[in-house]
Design a protein. Sequence first.
Length: 115
Amino acid sequence: VQLQASGGGFVQAGGSLRLSCEASRSTSSYVMGWYRQAPGKQRELVADIRIGGSSNYADSVKGRFTISRDKAMTTLYLQMVSLKPEDTAVYYCKGTHMWNKIEYWGQGTQVTVSS
């Protein structure tokens, strides 16, 4: 599966953005997630969503970010509100096949939050 992330941009603290990750086909057999990597830091999990719809969030974004996907399971979203400067990073989407565990990454989209 090929993944294309978009929706990043430059916002002021307290602002909102919605990231999208378009898949080349249905991701119904994949655990989908958003990761981010800030300069000089390791890539970290932001949120993921399981086959059954349950989701998991990093403590730093709980209550501010919401992961979801459309009914066709071809688009993954990350709604981000109350953005903070520490949310500044390149955001990546990832799909992990539920059986063979092969991972697929999107190309990343930059999110910059000014104070």
